[in-house]
Write a protein that binds this ligand. Structure first.
Ligand code: TRP
Length: 331
């Protein structure tokens, strides 16, 4: 069985894009692989959340993962800061991570632009922490989006460098886990880009959103003046609504509105009403389960503790051997 690891920064609630792009696939993936899912709370400190927000978001993500069907009896689900071995490996990897390569990381350069007043060492060494997350378990597959591919490449560099430096064949070089055809990309509601990519929450439908919020967001989604020619190509904003509809509505419903569009008889208001109701039908059981889980702190704590123990089992073995290899050993 392949060891697969996935991490998510706890920055807010999860939305339909997270669900269809990742979570839904994780639920299948956990049955076929030895999966580690962790909540990267250390990583989110690079943007200085308040302690209240950090704590609340860690709980939210945990509840949302469980609600979506991540099974703590099958997979290992844990919180990054519960695994001190990661922090130790991060420190050790930093000794062999060079300023030049860290500065060249696209994500770092982006952050210099987006938060010029907070260019901290954690941001610079974000890729070494991510590498530590992955190789502490000797994971071989990592499901990542385009924006994380460079980090995975750097992880391979750090793993290879360690092996070469100490002349060992210790760390495997992890590669991307590819969902292939199963990968559904959910666009945002603002007529551009991915869901969740804008600063305001209005571009995304969160799993926890109440029906009336969902209706409001969908009714406000960007559209155009409507088709004027038969079988006209759809503009991006309309294509986006259809993409979301394909994920949550029945094929018949999608075909029905597609035909109306092609005949120039579509009324976007009607399509949006249908879409909102289908999203609500889809998210309601998830939302109810999330609320139930968030109210059961004892259970969440139990899951986190059990996850930390399982993760520790895997990580402590690695760090023990790493110390040996480096020469940190009993006198
Ligand atoms: N950097 C990832 C993101 O922002 C989160 C992350 C941290 C991660 N450590 C990881 C992802 C290890 C995969 C593996 O999406």
């Amino acid at each position: 069985m392949e060891k697969v690891l996935s991490g998510i920064r706890p920055t807010g609630n999860l939305h339909l894009g997270n669900y269809f792009g990742a979570l839904q696939n994780f639920v299948k993936m956990q049955k076929e692989n030895n999966c580690f899912f962790f909540i990267a709370d250390y990583h989110s400190l690079t943007t200085h959340p308040t302690s209240h927000n950090l704590h609340a978001n860690v709980k939210n993500v945990l509840a949302e993962y469980l609600a979506a069907g991540i099974d703590p009896e099958i997979a290992t689900i844990y919180i990054q800061s519960d695994l001190p071995e990661t922090a130790e490996l991060y420190l050790l990897l930093n000794m062999n991570a060079y300023l030049g390569e860290l500065e060249r990381a696209t994500s770092f350069k982006d952050k210099i632009r987006s938060q010029p007043n907070n260019v901290n060492a954690g941001l610079l060494t974000y890729p070494t922490l991510m590498a530590a997350d992955i190789i502490i378990h000797k994971a071989t597959k990592v499901p990542v989006g385009k924006d994380q591919e460079q980090h995975l490449e750097m992880t391979r560099t750090f793993a290879r460098r360690f092996n070469r430096m100490y002349n060992v064949d210790f760390f495997p070089e992890p590669v991307a886990y590819n969902f292939g055809k199963n990968l559904i990309k959910i666009p945002g509601l603002d007529g551009s880009g991915k869901m969740g990519k804008s600063e305001t929450g209005n571009n995304a439908i969160f799993l926890i959103d109440e029906p009336k919020v969902i209706r409001k967001k969908i009714m406000r989604a960007v559209t155009d003046a409507g088709p004027t020619k038969m079988n006209q190509k759809k503009p991006v904003s309309i294509e986006n609504l259809f993409s979301i509809m394909k994920a949550v509505s029945s094929p018949d419903t999608v075909a029905y509105f597609d035909e109306l569009y092609n005949n120039c008889n579509i009324r976007y208001g009607d399509m949006k009403k249908q879409l909102a109701e289908d999203i609500i039908k889809f998210t309601t059981p998830l939302r109810n389960r999330i609320i139930e889980l968030l109210a059961d702190n004892d259970y969440l704590r139990k899951v986190a503790k059990q996850g930390a123990e399982k993760a520790h089992e895997s990580a402590s073995k690695t760090i023990k051997e790493v110390r040996e290899i480096i020469g940190i050993k009993a006198i």
